[in-house]
Design a protein. Structure first.
Length: 405
């Protein structure tokens, strides 16, 4: 019976590897003549034996899937006989169905019966010693999208600090970064440290989760310069230039491949009075404001949508502005740059410029400079010039932690 069980496990692992292979495409959509990308999680043969005999905790969400059937990594590991004791849920919750910023509470997972500890609700961002009691090894398996203000990076840092303080090893099942092909934006001034930006990195950082974890250790950015013991399961057949389409929406409002690519640029509008499409089925693919009636023909009306955005900016108001649904994202691939033109254009277009920005803009950009530059009428070229030599220094630092070419 034991031999049959082992054979079944090998069969499952083989299926995971073959089914998980995402056929890579060139930027023009044609099939690439390269081996398929295989995420760290999909390569169960590389880590399954390492987990045996250990009490495991998992920092996961709906993106933590394995194989063609998109089976949650938790379910896969339980079927393979791994002892998972606790689940730790980030922003949007373990199942990824909570709106942006919505408080997420502790719960019990109905399917597995395991406790789910929220590390987002009630400002509880960092697992406590009590949360980690009985855990021998922690797994971090969450899909990131490559922007500094996407909060899973901050969750990773707090988890690493907690693991370091409690002498628990952290295994990272690495996944590709869909925006990993470029580095751009202002470097965060640590005076504006927050949950949407904790360290001096640019808006678009060009790192996978595991690469960023190595940077956190290497640069001494964890609390008290602690070092977290890492075990990294790398992505197979991946480079930073390899296009990658996520198999699962990483959060409720990033519901298309295009929105993920536009996210680093469009999310800056969270720091303004504009709607960026939250409260519609095309978030991050449209920009508008009621005061632009007569200046733009395109219009949309944000409404309350449960599980996506219950109280979106400009709710129930007809907004006029820019439709990005047909925007050619090849421009991002070829330029390797954030789009600042939309910010500059819409600032000029809004009649009430005194109320264009809100306080959140400084947290998102990580500096007061960009707001001042836009208000002063600086050109894009002048703004970009101010990001140097910070960007060049960051790229040099980044090179030390790269796992993939």
């Amino acid at each position: 019976m034991k031999k049959i069980s082992v054979l079944i496990q090998i069969f499952i692992i083989a299926c995971s590897l073959s089914c998980a292979a995402t056929t890579p495409r060139n930027i023009d959509g044609t099939r690439a003549n390269k081996p398929a990308i295989i995420t760290g999680a999909d390569q169960t043969a590389l880590y399954i034996n390492y987990l045996r005999g250990k009490n495991v905790g998992m920092v996961i969400n709906q993106t933590s899937v394995i194989g063609k059937n998109k089976t949650l990594s938790l379910d896969t590991l339980l079927k393979l006989g791994i002892t998972v004791k606790k689940i730790y849920g980030p922003e949007h919750g373990f199942r990824g169905d909570a709106s942006n910023g919505a408080e997420v509470n502790n719960s019990i997972d109905a399917k597995s019966g395991l406790p789910v500890i929220s590390i987002y609700g009630n400002k509880h961002y960092k697992p406590t010693a009590e949360d980690l009691a009985g855990i021998d090894l922690m797994i971090y398996d969450i899909q990131d999208v490559g922007a500094r203000f996407y909060t899973y990076l901050s969750t990773l840092q707090y988890v690493m600090e907690a693991c370091a303080e409690n002498n628990i090893e952290l295994m990272i099942l690495d996944r590709p970064n869909p925006n990993g092909f470029y580095v751009d934006g202002p470097i965060l001034d640590t005076a504006y440290h927050s949950f949407v930006g904790m360290n001096p990195i640019p808006v678009v950082h060009g790192l996978t989760t595991a690469e960023y974890a190595q940077m956190l250790n290497g640069e001494g950015w964890l609390k008290n310069h602690e070092q977290c013991k890492l075990k990294i399961i790398k992505v197979a057949n991946y480079t930073h230039k390899t296009p990658y389409t996520l198999p699962i929406n990483p959060s409720p409002n990033l519901n298309t491949a295009k929105s993920i690519l536009l996210y680093p640029s469009v999310c800056l509008f969270e720091g303004t009075t504009f709607s960026l499409g939250r409260g519609t089925m095309s978030p991050f693919l449209q920009l508008g404001h009621p005061a632009l009636a007569g200046k733009y023909n395109y219009s949309f009306t944000p409404i309350s949508i449960k599980g996506m955005s219950e109280d979106p900016p400009q709710k129930n108001k007809l907004c006029y502005g820019i439709d990005l649904k047909n925007y050619d994202t090849n421009i991002i691939y070829t330029s390797g740059k954030l789009n600042l033109a939309w910010l500059l254009e819409l600032y000029k277009a809004l009649p009430d410029k005194d109320h264009f920005f809100n306080a959140y803009f400084t947290k998102l950009t990580g500096t007061t400079d960009l707001r001042k530059q836009i208000e002063a009428g600086k050109t894009e070229a002048e703004i970009r010039a101010s990001w140097e030599p910070g960007l060049t220094r960051y790229k040099t630092m980044r090179a030390k932690y790269l796992i993939y070419p």
